[in-house]
Design a protein around this ligand. Structure first.
Ligand code: KE4
Length: 428
């Protein structure tokens, strides 16, 4: 067993001064019923914990590390930007360059505003949709996560209109009431809700490829169906591409599928690992934002020069290296290794991948919604997770999370991982 005594001591200490000992719940390893390790440093596709254990990383700080950790181009960009100052609260050239890049690369975005997290991006996109349409109701899908926005921390409720019920303490029932929660990949449920409340619905928000319930693919034609029904009823379509944006393709899912939403939320990759979010879309909608329009939104550190310098360096490097094509190739090699390991161990589990995002579901069943994921063998997943960690490979500590491959993962890393996956499947 790897020595993790320093991590254990740190975690004990952390729990005395940080709720749950972590600054974000998933890091507490509750889904794998263990204690987290503490990282001391990361470079490329590797991380080292405070006890000196080296791991091949397939979480990549939940998406931002698309080039791998601490890429030289990003470090240099941060260094150069920092020498000029770390925050101004005054417009700076990085903001214009980033806005122009997002408008050029993301098919549906004509104007964009920077914020500081994915949560801020989705929260404001919803406020903007309500302000633009003058309507209050929002439709979301079970299994999609959009950050810790009050009106989106809502689970599928009961009741004719499937009124949501708060999915967290502290969210007033009145807020949840304005959120309608539907099963994903179920067009009839969407048709029903629009027949009953179409004129009250401001927008549908969704992860176009849900990656907070593993990795779930929209059924053929489903995204276009959502595009058509929202347009028909004067509601907006919001793609939450915080995870998939600049990850599954240069222009995200909307480039892959040709389905263009009215608003898009972005984050993670565009900050190069520094705090960032963004939301953008049709200019006639975005122009409703203050200071031009009546929908208020603001942020002291929005457009922070370091975060934007880091994000621009990362995105430009991806473009220079034709990174998305390369990630598809590495992802395909990873998939082949995983499928071979499943074959050798006789495990009939379901594997989903799009580009460099993947999820191994510990069930043979077809996965089309979060309800299907709930049928997975979570005990087997836990045994797999810990066996892989002991063998030097760090996968996301939850069956409900996706994995991320970076440009820093070499053929050797992928081959080594396939050996570890085979061994860990044997232990699961
Ligand atoms: P942040 O507020 O955490 O920057 O972004 C929220 C968010 C919004 N939309 C999507 C599709 C997201 O995946 C996220 C955050 N993703 C999780 C990973 N599943 C972040 C990890 C965490 O919560 O610690």
């Amino acid at each position: 067993m790897a020595d993790r005594s320093l991590s254990r001591k740190l975690f004990e200490n952390a729990r005395q001064v940080i709720p749950g000992g972590v600054n974000s719940p998933v890091r507490a390893f509750r889904n794998v019923e263990g204690e987290p390790f503490f990282v001391s440093r990361a470079r490329g596709c590797r991380i080292w914990d405070v006890d000196g254990n080296e791991l091949i990383d397939y979480v990549g700080t939940w998406g931002p590390a698309i080039l791998g950790h601490a890429p030289a181009v990003v470090l240099e960009a941060i260094h150069q930007a920092a020498k000029a100052g770390v925050s101004f609260g005054i417009p700076n050239p990085h903001e214009v360059e980033m806005a122009r890049l997002i408008c050029d690369w993301v098919p549906s975005v004509e104007k964009v505003r920077m914020v500081n997290s994915g949560t801020e991006a989705t929260m404001t996109a919803i406020r903007l949709a309500r302000g633009f349409t003058g309507r209050d109701k929002i439709v979301k899908f079970d299994g999609c996560y959009h950050g810790h926005v009050d009106s989106l921390l809502v689970a599928a409720g009961s009741g004719a209109l499937t009124h949501g019920k708060p999915d967290s303490a502290g969210v007033p029932a009145a807020f949840a009431d304005e959120t309608l929660v539907l099963p994903f990949n179920d067009p009839e449920a969407v048709e029903k809700i629009f027949a009953e409340a179409g004129e009250e619905i401001a927008a549908i928000i969704l992860e176009p490829i849900p990656a907070n319930a593993g990795l779930i693919f929209p059924k053929e034609g489903y995204l276009q169906f959502l595009r058509d029904i929202t347009a028909k009823h004067g509601a907006l379509l919001i793609f939450d591409e915080v995870m998939t944006g600049f990850r599954v393709a240069k222009g995200g899912v909307q480039e892959l599928t040709g389905v263009t939403p009215d608003l898009t939320a972005l984050g993670k990759v565009i900050g190069g690992g520094l705090p960032v979010g963004a939301f953008g879309g049709r200019a006639d909608i975005m122009d409703h934002l203050a200071p031009d329009g009546p929908v208020y939104q603001a942020g002291t550190l929005s457009g922070n020069p370091l975060a934007l310098a880091a994000g621009l360096a990362q995105l430009r490097e991806m473009e220079k290296q034709d990174g998305w094509e390369r990630l598809n190739r590495v992802g395909s090699a990873f998939e082949q290794g995983t499928m071979a390991a499943l074959e050798k161990t006789g495990k009939n589990f379901t594997f989903h991948r799009v580009g460099s995002m993947f999820c191994l579901f510990f069930t043979p069943e077809k996965i089309e919604s979060v309800t299907d994921v709930k049928c997975a063998d979570f005990a087997a997943f836990r045994r797999f997770f810990w066996a892989a960690l002991e063998a030097g490979v760090y996968f996301a500590p939850s069956q409900y999370e996706a994995g991320f491959i970076s440009l820093a993962h070499t053929e050797e890393d992928i081959a080594r991982t396939a050996e570890v996956v085979e061994k860990a499947l044997g232990a699961s």
